[in-house]
Design a protein around this ligand. Structure first.
Ligand SMILES: [Zn+2]
Ligand SMILES: [Zn+2]
Length: 329
């Protein structure tokens, strides 16, 4: 299954989220480290079509509804919700009586902007492990959104913009859907808006968003501003003057991460499963063999081995999300 181009299915002769150009690619979701340009043929879940096209343009794309099955070279292929971002899917492969499931990135916490994670029974489960350490335990989303709203409200009253750094695809839309937009106007960076449009076109309700040029000074002082970390830290972010700066990410649970990033506030909001979420998801598959990819691979492999499972690591070239690449953490 492991080849230099990516995760490979030998009987089906296709790859899952390959990092080098291949003829046939099954794509779990449209984050840049999973959905790369240059493949001959793409297969993805139907709700991913808009976001994939927003990022990759005119690709040759075939889509499947969640749960729909197709047979390719004797391999039954279906896609099931991963709860990570709009259109994210786990890939289920059935061949010669064996079922494999490749999770892609997933989360089990509720998210109004995408279909909820669905456990799929299998013999072999390929799981991500971005936050695969026992220290990662996410607070309830309602608590986090309460904190974000209170921070925004206090800043608006003090006449300060609230600049909230986040990844432009997935996290930004989840924030938009979760905040109390009656507090003030919402401004988004130019990298965020095309994805908002793809979400709206897919039927996800998001509040009105504005480009920074549309706003006067008074409006900006009450605004919530969503932008990728590099933009808010650079020239683009300086126009907000005496703003309060925050970052929404699972990494904010690490002590020191907020301070090192130079943020006034950190909100622990992740689009990946935390440790209990990973363990619950792995258990729910019933798989006896678990293959661990990008993240805390060694720790997870050791822990799962201790539970009596057959566990192993897979090397991948998915992004080191800690390095601030755009894959949503
Ligand atoms: Zn990833
Ligand atoms: Zn992702």
């Amino acid at each position: 299954m492991q080849r230099p181009e990516g995760l490979y299915c030998p009987p089906g002769d296709f790859y899952i989220d390959p990092w080098r150009p291949v003829q046939r690619a099954v794509i779990t979701h449209a984050h840049a480290d999973h959905a790369r340009a240059g493949h001959g043929h793409y297969l993805a879940a139907a709700p991913a079509e808009g976001v994939l096209r927003a990022r990759l343009g005119g690709i040759t794309l075939q889509t499947l509804a969640y749960g729909e099955r197709i047979v390719h070279h004797g391999v039954t292929v279906s896609l099931h919700p991963a709860g990570h971002v709009l259109g994210s899917a786990q890939v289920r492969l059935e061949h010669a009586g064996k079922v494999w499931v490749a999770s892609g990135d997933y989360k089990v916490a509720p998210d109004p902007t995408c279909a909820a994670f669905e456990p799929v029974r299998c013999d072999v489960f390929i799981t991500e492990s971005t936050f695969g350490l026992p220290v990662y335990r996410w607070p309830d989303d309602r608590v986090i959104f309460g904190e974000i709203n209170a921070w925004w409200q206090a800043n608006a009253q003090a006449g300060r913009a609230s600049v909230l750094s986040c990844y432009s695809f997935g996290k930004a839309q989840r924030l938009l859907a979760g905040v109390d937009a009656s507090i003030g106007p919402v401004v988004v960076h130019g990298a965020v808006e095309p994805l908002n449009q793809a979400y709206r076109a897919a039927g996800v309700a998001l509040p009105a968003t504005h480009a920074v040029q549309e706003m006067d000074k008074v409006g900006l002082q009450r605004a919530l501003v969503l932008a990728p970390p590099a933009a808010s830290a650079g020239v683009w972010g300086r126009r907000f003057g005496d703003a309060s700066h925050a970052f929404a990410s699972g990494w904010m649970q690490l002590r020191g991460a907020r301070r090192r990033g130079g943020y006034d506030r950190g909100f622990v909001l992740s689009d990946h499963a935390d440790w209990p979420g990973l363990m619950g998801a792995i258990r729910a598959t019933g798989a006896q063999r678990v293959i661990v990819t990008h993240g805390s691979v060694a720790v997870m492999v050791r822990y799962l081995g201790g539970l009596g499972l057959q566990a192993q690591a897979f090397e991948t070239e998915y992004g080191d999300e800690r390095a601030g690449q755009e894959d949503a953490a």
